[in-house]
Write a protein that binds this ligand. Structure first.
Ligand code: SF4
Ligand code: SF4
Length: 323
């Protein structure tokens, strides 16, 4: 019965909302000056649409995640509609003082970390566009105890809330930029317009692990990611990434490969057409993510979720020194 009710709610509310979101996203393609995906761009997996088509529907308790999904869709639309408030002649240079204010503001409103990079156009999802190619990349911490319970409804509810919270943070940062005379286009963390883990890597916020998720120095893979695109030309874009050693650590660890219930993490990396190297098979992971309460087992079992980055780095350096 609950499954039928949830299916009805998803159909009645969710699908029409999602269509409006996708139509709005696609309208960006027609805006003069928009930056389009390339022939090497990745295909987007539609988390929201697939969540709505979940074969078994949702148990009555699970309907509690709906407000976060609906709110995420509302804030995705707001991110696009609010671009109409961008200044007609935006400033393109930011002072050091205002940049520090921006970083402090991001932290105050809940971002875990903030980084800057030029957007590689090949990271824009197929058929999507963004308005500016200077990227402010944001991470948001997911609750440690709820990740430890994965897979569970408590984990799923927390994950969906994290998407929603971070989406609101992105919109507030876009508003902050507009108030100070810059143009901004926020991309929501749920679905989103670009592939976030390599973007966050380019911004120096961490390194994607074998499970395809960003491993951050602050809280390991317990992060969700989003971006705000802007016209600011002099952002301090990352020139290098001090976290590259994580990939070597993954080569040695491989725990997520063994623990993944979807057999979605490959032993050998695949080099995609766009130059991105990945161990993750999204065609196997996403169905599991959708149907098994956001799964998240690969986040739970990762050593970077359990031991501090600094401790693992020290252990790793000693190991390398012995070789
Ligand atoms: S979310 Fe689950 S299915 Fe997907 S890679 Fe992680 S452990 Fe595997
Ligand atoms: S579990 Fe191990 S191999 Fe997988 S992402 Fe974490 S450190 Fe890398």
């Amino acid at each position: 019965m609950a499954g039928l009710i949830s299916k009805f709610m998803m159909n009645k509310i969710g699908k029409s909302q999602l269509k409006k979101v996708v139509d709005l996203e696609d309208s960006i393609n027609d805006i003069p000056g928009a930056i389009h995906s390339t022939d090497k761009s990745p295909e987007r997996f539609d988390i929201v649409g697939n969540a709505m088509r979940r074969p078994d529907g949702y148990k009555m308790m699970e309907i509690k995640i709906l407000p976060s999904i609906i709110s995420s869709m509302k804030n995705t639309k707001l991110a696009i509609k609010s671009m109409s408030k961008n200044p007609e002649k935006p400033k393109s240079s930011i002072t050091t003082e205002l940049l520090n204010d921006l970083k402090n503001f991001a932290t105050e409103i809940g971002a875990n970390s903030i980084g800057f990079t030029d957007l590689p156009h090949k990271l824009i999802f197929q058929g999507k566009s963004v308005m500016y190619d200077k990227a402010i990349v944001l991470s948001y911490e997911m609750d440690k105890l709820k990740i430890a319970e994965a897979p569970s409804f408590a984990t799923e509810r927390m994950v969906m809330r994290a998407y929603d919270d971070l989406g609101k943070i992105g919109n507030r940062i876009a508003d902050f930029l507009r108030e100070h005379g810059f143009a901004a286009h926020a991309s929501h963390p749920l679905n989103g317009l670009v592939l976030y883990p390599p973007l966050a890597m380019a911004a120096g916020l961490g390194m994607p692990g074998y499970q395809g998720l960003l491993i951050s120095p602050e809280v390991g893979p317990r992060v969700r990611l989003a971006a705000v695109f802007t016209n600011i030309e002099n952002l301090p874009v990352a020139e290098s990434n001090p976290h590259e050693w994580i990939r070597e650590y993954c080569d040695h660890c491989r725990k997520c490969i063994r623990e993944c219930p979807g057999d979605a993490i490959k032993e050998s990396a695949e080099l995609k057409d766009n130059g991105i190297q990945t161990h993750i098979d999204n065609t196997k992971c996403f169905p599991h993510f959708i149907n098994k309460n956001s799964c998240s087992i690969c986040i739970k079992v990762c050593p970077f979720s359990q031991v501090s980055y600094e401790s693992l780095h020290t252990i790793w350096e000693k190991k390398i020194a012995k070789k």
